[in-house]
Design a protein around this ligand. Structure first.
Ligand code: BGC
Length: 265
């Protein structure tokens, strides 16, 4: 949180996908601490999602949890309708829900390929499309935000760095990069900003097997914490970044400075 009395996201509403754990959880709580109402989207664990919603409320915002598979069009539409019904508006979408199913390319099943693309890429398309519809419909209110809406895509250093055994995941993240930029250029005239964050190795359930090993590929010498990403997300959602659109902010302790070391090549 910043030092001034006005919270940076007061009266704004945010949807955070995949918010029951890891990076999504930290972002949901931090957005709430800055005054936002938060929809905690989840897919598997209702109890964890409720805990995140409770933590968001204690942090200062209002919050609900909502179960939806972001790769399913009807469920995504329901989530956006519920958000408007509950909070009356939408200002921020954080596309965060993502999965990883590593396999050597000649052993990767079509299912492992397709599921990763469906959640990581199609999910971002479906949620972004609904968010843009809502942003365009609502009256801009500069007392709430200078922008008519903000989308933040949680991408990865792997939108830039290839990685053995991760062709499906890297393809999804590379796809997110140009999805984000394409949407950004298309909606800029409506005062809608679209950006990505490219996390490096962050301590979350997705990579808990390899935290020690990962440290060696990070110039800054530590694996990141979800809160490192949450701070960047708040900034990209706030008017402090009003002139920033169509870009990826890498939050990676310098991992992208050493792509070949990071890729284990
Ligand atoms: C992956 C993690 C990995 C990190 C750095 C992330 O996008 O989900 O599993 O540790 O990139 O390679």
């Amino acid at each position: 949180m910043n030092n001034s009395n006005k919270k940076r996201l007061q009266n704004q509403t945010a949807i955070v996908t995949g918010a029951e754990s890891g990076i999504g959880k930290a972002i949901a709580i931090e957005l709430a601490a800055e005054g936002a109402n938060v929809v905690v989207n989840y897919i598997a664990d209702a109890d964890e999602a409720q805990k995140v919603a409770d933590a968001a409320k204690s942090a200062g915002g209002k919050a609900i949890k909502f179960k939806a598979d972001v790769s399913k069009e009807d469920q995504v539409k329901e989530m956006f309708s519920k958000t408007i019904e509950t909070f009356g508006r939408l200002d921020i979408l954080v596309n965060n829900a993502g999965i990883q199913k590593d396999a050597a390319i000649d052993e990767m099943t079509l299912d492992e390929w397709q599921k990763v693309i469906d959640v990581n890429l199609t999910g971002y398309f479906l949620c972004s499309r609904e968010a843009i519809k809502k942003f365009k419909k609502q009256e801009p209110d500069e007392n709430i935000s200078v922008a008519a809406g903000k989308i933040i895509c949680i991408s990865s250093v792997h939108e830039r760095i290839p990685w053995k055994g991760r062709a499906n995941y890297a393809a999804s993240k590379g796809g997110i990069m140009l999805l984000m930029k394409s949407i950004a250029v298309e909606v800029a005239e409506h005062k809608i900003r679209v950006n990505s964050i490219g996390p490096g190795a962050i301590k979350t359930p997705i990579n808990k097997e390899s935290w020690d090993e990962l440290k060696q590929s990070i110039p800054y010498g530590r694996v990141g914490n979800p809160e490192d990403i949450a701070g960047a997300a708040v900034w990209l959602a706030s008017d402090e970044s009003d002139y920033v659109t169509g870009t990826t902010l890498f939050v990676d302790g310098g991992m992208t400075l050493y792509p070949y070391l990071a890729a284990g090549n």
